[in-house]
Write a protein that binds this ligand. Structure first.
Ligand SMILES: NC(=[NH2+])NCCC[C@H](N)C(=O)O
Ligand SMILES: [Mn+2]
Ligand SMILES: [Mn+2]
Length: 311
């Protein structure tokens, strides 16, 4: 432990990859997430956590003005911008896979949550992984069940190969198996998602579970789920997991989220466990934020997940 309260350099080296998309939802500005997160002090905070970091820059993502807003992939239901999402996720999958092969821990900056399809497909390409999905939402819709047409409500279903997501090659579906997935912090669930959770082995921890048991206990269960028989796990951190009073800069805020300290403690549990193989920070929308506080919070939480400690 060094004098300023952080660990001595740990073994990890991180490769940051920006995925500046807004295809997966309907509020503009979330494509500025990677800039806001870097501007929020990412490299400094990770250095304080004692990890070596390199930044691979952002994937090239065409602007909304260059694309056809009415495009629908006919065979894939109501999902909007699926072709564009496939293009970004296919490239992201390659970047994440290569980072891991090079010995780095990928830290992907969104962008909306649809990019998780690419991140996890890459992380699962050469390993059996679990996933912990810190989110207010289940993200278990399909192009048929989606109430919004927004692909950011579908990535977990895509990765599990639910219904028409089965066999979708750019998701490498299934990249995850249901018994190794834990969703933590649920408080906004659509009817079909509820049915899927009820009939499957997905571990879903709601805010009510957290009220009753405490978040530390829930996260320790989630870690058991994600590590059971796997080579490690992916952490997908949707900033709408947090209460909107402390994370206002998100497109789909839901009241009643986790607190500042609860969130840090969860990330400290992840760091202590040591089995995280990849991480992503998604849904930060600086145009909806207050003085970049949501991006700064994302940065702080990443630092905790990578080993920053108070003492
Ligand atoms: N990653 C997110 N913020 N997802 C929100 C999804 C909201 C809703 N369940 C939908 O499918 O449209
Ligand atoms: Mn969400
Ligand atoms: Mn989400």
């Amino acid at each position: 432990m060094s004098e300023n309260g952080t660990f001595e350099p740990n073994q990890r080296s991180i490769r940051v990859i920006g995925a500046p998309t807004d295809y997966g939802q309907d509020r503009r500005g979330v494509d500025m997430g990677p800039s806001a997160i870097r501007y929020g002090g990412l490299s400094d905070r990770l250095a304080e956590a004692g990890v070596a970091t390199e930044d691979a820059g952002d994937l090239l993502v065409p602007r909304a003005e260059e694309r056809d807003p009415d495009y629908r992939t006919p065979s894939q239901g109501k999902a909007r911008f699926l072709r564009e999402t496939e293009d970004v996720c296919t490239r992201l999958r390659g970047e994440v896979r290569e980072s891991l092969a090079d010995g780095h821990t990928p830290l992907v900056l969104g962008g909306d949550h649809s990019i998780a399809i690419g991140t996890v497909a890459g992380a699962a390409a050469d390993a059996d992984i679990g996933a912990i999905w810190f989110d207010a939402h289940a993200d278990l819709n399909t192009p048929t069940t989606t109430p919004s047409g927004n692909v950011h409500g579908m990535p977990l279903a895509a990765l599990l190969g639910v219904d028409e997501w089965a066999g979708v090659d750019w998701a490498n579906a299934p990249s995850l198996s249901r018994e190794n997935v834990a969703i933590v912090g649920l408080r906004s669930v659509d009817d079909d998602e509820r049915d899927l959770i009820a009939e499957s082995e997905i571990s879903a921890y709601t805010m009510s579970d957290i009220d009753r048991r405490g978040l530390a206990d829930v996260v320790s269960d989630a870690l058991d789920v994600a590590t059971d028989g796997t080579d490690g796990y992916h952490v997908s951190l949707d900033l709408d997991w947090l209460d909107p009073t402390i994370a206002p800069g998100v497109g789909t805020p839901v009241r009643g989220g986790v607190t500042y300290r609860e969130a840090h403690h969860s990330m400290e549990q992840v760091a202590e466990d040591g089995g995280m193989r990849s991480m992503e920070l998604v849904e930060v929308n600086p145009t909806l934020d207050q003085h970049n506080e949501t991006a700064e919070l994302a940065v702080e939480l990443a630092a905790s997940a990578f080993g920053k400690r108070i003492l």
